[in-house]
Design a protein. Structure first.
Lengths: 304, 240
């Protein structure tokens, strides 16, 4: 029983991070058909923003030293700002470009951010000590769960509820949902394109910053490539969730997290190094079964 | 002073000219039908006014402000409300959300609730299902929803692209009855695109006939009805 609980919490915690990442990607894709591969680099950027630029192995924490009540809003703000800036400086000028062009540019932007970090912080991963007491375990029904894991799950849940409220109950949310479904029609009803897209980027940046905070606490390492693997899995989650579907992105993010934890536990020892091969085979099967994704939004289908 | 004035606009899709030097002008409270065969440029004309496509030459002004080259959200703010071809209902939004979407640009916020009630009175079917998803509505119901949605933006001018497309004759009558009632009660100006000129003749008003991206005939719809030149102009007889 405790073992089952342990696995469940593991799965939820890993899945939560993927779900947050997938959500950030799906939001942007919804309003401007852009798969933003720079999203992973926003995550790394937010983590490094806590440190003093230096090439030493041990990180010198700057704003990371602030009390959580200040640090968290500042990092979230940094995430939102870099995301909105990349929209204003790069993606705004590509709005009418085809999706492939935009995607390539997002790759390029990602590399630019990565190399800026490289220039100031060097490529060596840095040890970073953020709220280390959060890794102490707590006991829930006999299972020993690290406090951080529990927090990750709770934070994700809170973010999801807040985002749902934002999308369903506010004017911005209504406009964003409408724009995601039919951008031109929304504009003809007076929805301001720039405002909707910037809001989407801001929210997406907030999500990236939250992932950065969770990851930095969890791993205790700041690495300029730390966002890439998350971004990749999150992207896969948005694709099998049906590109543009927010619930699909969240559910599939959780599913992939769960699947990778379960494979890690139940695969025979010899096969475990190849866990990801099994995982991505499942993804391929999933796409063969449902090429448009499991929760393809109505707008993606051809209507007569 | 005319409410809408389109001066000599041309629109090109790549090499292809969809409109060549079209001019129309509309007074407040007027009804204008734009008719013509497939590919005549009717929808392009509406899209150009709405700001969804950019004219390659000419200018468009609404209430004395130049709108050609402006983004669609700007044109909407000047009182132009569009019901495009294919209706474009937001299927994942509820019916009421669809109706409220266009109200963000209104200056007279205090009249929104009253207008919503009016729309629900005119289309009781929408009131019954106001919290249901709009995607499940039938074609006729969707047509009513998008007309209601256009009204909720509090426009001076409503442009409708083929309101009768895909609807049963009885429903078409209903849609037109409603439109004309609304026009008379609120002083709306109607710009209606229809492929056939029959509806224009039944309803009355001014009519222009587009063919090959040009206006080939213009006049009072009822007077043109008995005119042999209409059929000639529509099909292009006697030109080659």
């Amino acid at each position: 029983m405790t073992a089952v609980l342990q696995i469940l919490f593991d799965a939820l915690a890993v899945g939560s991070i993927y779900a947050l990442g997938a959500l950030g990607i799906a939001l942007i894709f919804g309003v401007m058909r852009l798969v933003n591969f720079a999203h992973g680099d926003y995550i790394a950027f937010c983590v490094f923003a806590m440190l003093v630029p230096s090439t030493d192995v041990v990180a010198i924490v700057l704003i990371g030293k602030l009390p959580a009540i200040l640090l968290i809003p500042i990092i979230l703000l940094i995430g939102a700002v870099i995301s909105v800036l990349s929209e204003m400086l790069v993606f705004r000028h590509l709005r009418n470009a085809n999706p492939a062009t935009m995607m390539i540019c997002s790759f390029a932007l990602g590399f630019v951010i990565q190399h800026v970090l490289l220039m100031f912080y060097s490529s060596r991963p840095k040890a970073i000590n953020l709220w280390s007491n959060l890794s102490l375990p707590v006991e829930i029904f006999g299972a020993r769960i690290p406090l951080l894991q529990l927090l990750t799950i709770i934070i994700t849940f809170v973010i999801l509820v807040a985002l749902m409220w934002f999308l369903k109950r506010t004017r911005y949310g209504l406009e964003m949902r409408a724009a995601a479904e039919d951008f031109t029609m929304a504009r003809m009803l007076g929805v301001r394109a720039n405002r909707v897209i910037m809001t989407a980027f801001a929210v997406s940046g907030l999500l990236a910053a939250s992932i950065g905070l969770i990851l930095a606490t969890q791993t205790g390492v700041a690495d300029i490539r730390m966002g890439m693997p998350i971004m990749l899995v999150a992207f896969v989650a948005t694709v099998i969730g049906g590109l543009g579907s927010l619930p699909g992105a969240v559910i599939c993010g959780l599913l992939i997290g769960a699947a990778s934890v379960l494979l890690q536990v139940f695969l025979p020892l010899d096969a475990r190094p190849f866990r990801d091969a099994f995982l991505y085979s499942a993804v391929i099967l999933c796409l063969l079964w449902r090429p448009d994704g499991i929760f393809a939004p109505r707008s993606a289908k051809q209507r007569v | 002073m005319s409410l809408l004035s389109v001066r000599d606009i041309s629109v090109h899709y790549g090499q292809l000219a969809a409109l060549r030097g079209v001019s129309i002008s509309m007074d407040e409270g007027e009804t204008l039908f734009v008719t013509g065969p497939n590919g005549a440029g009717k929808s392009t004309l509406l899209k150009a006014i709405a700001g969804a496509v950019r004219p390659s030459s000419g200018s468009i002004s609404l209430a004395d402000k130049v709108i050609s080259g402006q983004p669609p959200e700007q044109t909407a703010r000047l009182g132009f409300s569009m019901v495009p071809e294919g209706r474009h209902v937001f299927g994942s939004l509820t019916i009421e959300e669809n109706l409220r979407l266009g109200t963000g640009i209104r200056a007279d916020k205090d009249r929104i609730e009253g207008d919503l009630e009016t729309v629900y009175e005119v289309f009781p079917m929408l009131a019954e299902r106001k919290d249901g998803q709009a995607g499940v509505l039938s074609g006729g119901q969707q047509q009513m929803l998008v007309i209601g949605r256009a009204l909720m933006a509090g426009p001076k001018l409503i442009a409708i692209d083929e309101p009768s497309l895909g609807l049963a004759p009885k429903v078409i009558d209903q849609v037109y009855d409603t439109l004309l009632k609304l026009r008379d009660s609120r002083g709306l100006t109607l710009l209606i695109v229809e492929q056939s000129s029959t509806r224009a003749m039944l309803t009355g008003g001014r009519m222009v006939l587009l063919r090959g991206g040009k206006i080939v005939l213009e006049g009072d719809a009822r007077e043109l009805a008995n005119d042999e030149s209409l059929r000639r102009a529509y099909f292009g007889f006697g030109e080659h």
